[in-house]
Write a protein that binds this ligand. Structure first.
Ligand code: HEM
Ligand code: NAG
Ligand code: NAG
Ligand code: NAG
Length: 263
């Protein structure tokens, strides 16, 4: 999700703090988990979006809405909602999401012309804003082909072919998938559309490797990654819990991004 700058409708490019100031550290400001707590093995309820519900190009946000940690409607999301949902649902520190939450509010404000205090998931589909090309799991926007909030088996199949059935995704395999998507988007987008999203690609790679592997070493389980992208569901049934690894912080993500870039 995260990109270093956000192009807003006015044409202004505002520098987004990639990882903004924290709100009191891991756990955010929620009063307590609504389920068995961190480390609970009981899965959260899950249901797909229903009529009138909206979703985003971000698999993390969509998953949290499907599990009711964000509003299931996908509408009226506040920064407090984001911090709490990512803390409870994924064991992410507040400082991993405050920058992106501020970016979403800024995008909402620029799109609606009012000072937003909350936003809807589908507002994030504006192309070349926070949304970008060469995604791992959905189509590029591509001059009006507006299908970027929906998981694409065809695009994701390009990633799975690179991974070739490997059960564990390490830094090299993750980078290879990212590079393949850059190359395919570059080669197949309509002439003049493609804008390579290199920095965002590294950050999103660090996100999923940390979420489903180790926040230092990566090495994420491919089956967990696959379920999350395809179904927008946390892989509880396959043994994943939010606290099987350390809390993910802005610092741990930045360190992993540097390792990915150095390869
Ligand atoms: C307020 C917080 C967040 C916002 C507003 C946000 C927004 C977005 C957006 C707009 C995209 C689409 C980029 C594209 O075109 O591919 C995206 C992609 C992504 N986001 Fe988020 N995101 C947030 C937090 C997170 C977090 C905490 C994670 C951690 C797991 C995450 C993981 C991802 C991944 C892996 C992608 C890439 C999807 C792909 O390439 O198919 N996001 N996000
Ligand atoms: C929007 O609202 C926030 C919070 O009340 C405030 O800090 C900010 O200055 C406002 N911005 C504008 C452009 O009115
Ligand atoms: C959008 O993408 C989905 C998944 O790949 C596909 O089933 C659907 O036909 C696409 N819709 C359009 C309008 O291209
Ligand atoms: C895109 O393709 C062109 C033409 O082959 C090449 O010059 C350019 O370096 C490529 N850009 C990326 C980001 O792959």
């Amino acid at each position: 999700m995260l990109i270093l700058s956000l192009t807003i409708a006015t044409g202004v490019v505002s520098a987004l703090p990639q990882f903004g100031g924290g709100f009191g550290g891991p756990g955010g400001n929620h009063d307590g988990p609504p389920f068995g707590g961190f480390g609970s093995s009981s899965p959260l309820p899950w249901s797909p979006p229903g009529p009138g519900d909206v979703r985003s190009p971000c698999p993390a946000l969509n998953t949290l809405a499907n599990h009711d940690l964000l509003p299931h409607s996908g509408k009226g999301i506040t920064t407090e909602d984001i911090i709490s949902a990512f803390a409870i649902g994924q064991n992410f520190a507040a400082d991993t999401v405050t920058g992106a939450a501020a970016g979403a509010l800024a995008l909402c404000s620029s799109e609606t012309g009012v000072n937003c205090t909350s936003w809807d998931l589908d507002m994030l589909d504006k192309p070349h804003a926070i949304e970008h090309d060469n995604s791992l799991s959905r189509e590029d926007y591509n001059f009006g082909r507006d299908n970027n909030t929906v998981f694409s088996p065809q695009i994701w199949g390009q990633v799975l072919r690179v991974w070739h059935g490997a059960p564990i995704i390490d830094f090299n395999l993750a980078n290879a998938a990212r590079a393949e998507r850059l190359a395919v988007s570059n080669a197949t987008d309509a002439p003049g559309w493609f804008v390579p999203a290199v920095a965002a690609g590294y950050h999103e790679t660090a996100f999923y490797l940390s979420l489903f592997g180790d926040p230092v070493e990566g090495n994420a389980r491919q089956d967990w990654i696959d379920i999350w992208f395809q179904q927008e569901r946390m892989p509880f049934e396959q043994g994943w819990t939010a606290t099987q690894r350390e809390t993910i912080t802005a610092a741990s993500l930045n360190t992993m991004v540097a390792k990915l870039q150095a390869l």
